[in-house]
Design a protein. Structure first.
Length: 551
């Protein structure tokens, strides 16, 4: 069973020893929560103010909180609300163990604020998830629902939408439920579904499940039930996040034209799609009210438009959403043609993974990125041309256009050998704020290992002209014949020997110190790898090695 808390910042995580030492910095008070550390003298007594405890817990992983719970029964009781706040059951096995636990220990149900269920998870990798009767999952949720009195978020990610009775039970038993995620597979949407009887939701997400096989090049857009629109447009005026999209555009897609009727003053995040070509190769027409709709939502900070251009390249211009997008945006996902050349001063995240970018569009992209002075996170899919001179020029222009990047994901699903990788690695030197770099590339059996690619990148950014203090490199091998198109993946985090020793001793370590250390010290790399072997099935391993000039 996977039980998760809020994801901790990689720059703020504290160790168990740091947590136990913190109370000495604060005076005792009548509102303090007291506990006796174990092991330790029976007379040792530490008083920890409850607000300080909760502040610290926000930065701890579920594993860290679990370790604290193992210190003593009192701590386990004290920390249970944080440990079970977010139950993320990310497999069939996790759903079985997690729901059985809630049945056996109903007192834990009152701690659950978010419940995520992913039976028969399509992203299970490198081996497929085990089969599980999703009706049993829904039945178990109905049985424990009366105890889920503090449940605020319910996320269903099964092969099909759950039975209608589950939605009615959740609505009647969970008074604080305000956020709903669900998906559909092949089954038709019930126009009288109990799902559409909720009111005053703040988040709603309806999507078509990933991984459905392509049935046609041009699926007919499916009208959504009028009861759904009545719920969203009439009874949910306080929506902050809304998603209506398809992740299997070759099987079925939704018609979302009525979205322009919405007026949600608090809306901050909107995900729509999939868009693409009609059967006559025209683009789906834009509702004429779209500019007015966007103008009515001045708080919109995240806009994601899903496109399906995997089979054909998108047009040079985008008439579908060629409107003045909000200047308040901080995050945008779509195609490069939608990026403006002015007015996006607040944008920090851009995702351009809908289709590969070709050389003819590189200049326009770099010009658009220059208009985003706060851009820190970029995901980009590039078709690398055989001309290495042009490849190097594009990378140089890209880094010049976005000099404040902190996280960069560079994907190239065509063969990507040592020479283009060396050019890419050297270009990263000009990004002084870069902390995390991810490379997804097409795989050939003659390619070097993932570790060798990561070492090549670390060594390149550590050259004499480097300004970058790169902390983490991720490498993914894409191959169409593999499950989820992924052959292998690895993550390599840079630490110094002093950091490793401190972690072993339980001392507090600031992640910003990673890779610095004392002069003359060789940094160490903590590696995690998993994938599919050519022979022998799946593997997963963790290990550590020293990054030297020779390796």
């Amino acid at each position: 069973m996977a039980v998760e808390t809020t994801a901790p910042s990689r720059h703020r995580r504290r160790s168990l020893k740091a947590l136990l030492q913190l109370p000495a910095l604060f005076p005792r008070s009548t509102t303090a929560v007291s506990f006796t550390p174990n092991p330790g003298p029976p007379t040792t007594h530490i008083s920890l103010p409850e607000d300080i405890l909760h502040e610290i817990l926000q930065d701890l992983s579920a594993g860290d909180i679990l370790n604290l719970c193992l210190c003593s029964p009192h701590l386990r009781t004290l920390l249970a609300p944080e440990l079970y706040r977010n139950m993320h059951l990310r497999s069939s096995r996790a759903c079985q163990s997690g729901l059985n636990l809630l049945m056996k220990r109903p007192e834990l149900c009152g701690h659950v604020r978010k419940l995520t269920l992913r039976p028969q998870w399509y992203l299970s990798w490198p081996t497929p998830d085990s089969a599980l009767d999703e009706r049993w999952v829904a039945k178990m949720v109905r049985l424990v629902a009366p105890g889920l009195t503090r449940l605020r978020t319910f996320d269903w990610d099964g092969t099909e939408m759950p039975p209608n009775t589950l939605w009615r039970t959740l609505r009647e038993s969970c008074p604080e439920l305000k956020e709903l995620y669900t998906n559909v597979g092949f089954g038709d949407l019930n126009p009288r579904s109990e799902l559409f009887n909720f009111s005053d939701l703040t988040l709603f997400s309806l999507s078509i499940r990933h991984g459905l096989p392509d049935a046609t090049l041009f699926p007919v857009r499916e009208e959504l039930p009028s009861a759904l629109w009545d719920m969203l447009l009439t009874r949910c005026p306080n929506l902050t996040e809304l998603t209506l999209c398809s992740f299997s555009a070759g099987q079925r897609i939704f018609s979302i034209d009525r979205i322009v009727e919405g007026d949600w003053p608090q809306l901050t995040s909107l995900t729509l799609g999939t868009f693409g070509y009609n059967a006559d190769f025209s683009l789906a027409s834009q509702p004429p009210e779209m500019p007015l709709f966007l103008a009515k939502h001045p708080r919109l900070s995240a806009l994601r438009l899903s496109w399906n251009f995997r089979r054909w390249m998108s047009p040079d211009e985008d008439p579908v959403f060629s409107v003045a997008l909000p200047s308040t945006l901080e995050e945008f996902s779509g195609i490069a043609q939608q990026l403006p050349t002015t007015g996006w001063d607040n944008v920090s995240t851009i995702d351009l993974m809908c289709e590969p970018l070709y050389a003819a569009r590189f200049s326009a992209l770099c010009a658009a990125l220059k208009a985003m002075p706060m851009l820190a996170n970029l995901e980009i899919w590039v078709h690398v041309e055989p001309n290495m001179t042009a490849h190097a020029a594009f990378l140089r222009d890209l880094c010049d256009a976005a000099p404040r990047l902190e996280d960069l994901h560079f994907m190239c699903t065509t063969p990507f050998g040592k020479k283009p990788l060396a050019i890419l690695a050297r270009s990263l030197r000009s990004l002084p704020y870069l902390r995390s770099f991810a490379l997804t590339k097409g795989h050939r059996y003659a390619d070097e290992s993932m570790r060798a690619s990561a070492v090549r990148i670390f060594r390149a950014v550590a050259g004499p002209a480097a300004q970058t203090q790169l902390e983490q490199v991720s490498v993914r091998w894409a191959r169409a014949a593999c499950r989820n198109h992924l052959k292998q993946e690895g993550t390599y985090a840079r630490v110094t020997p002093s950091v490793v020793a401190a972690r072993s001793a339980g001392d507090h370590v600031n992640a910003r110190d990673n890779g610095k250390g004392e002069p003359g010290q060789d940094p160490e790399i903590e590696a995690w790898e998993r994938g599919l072997r050519a022979v022998g099935g799946a593997f997963e391993r963790k290990y550590r090695f020293v990054l030297t000039a020779e390796n």
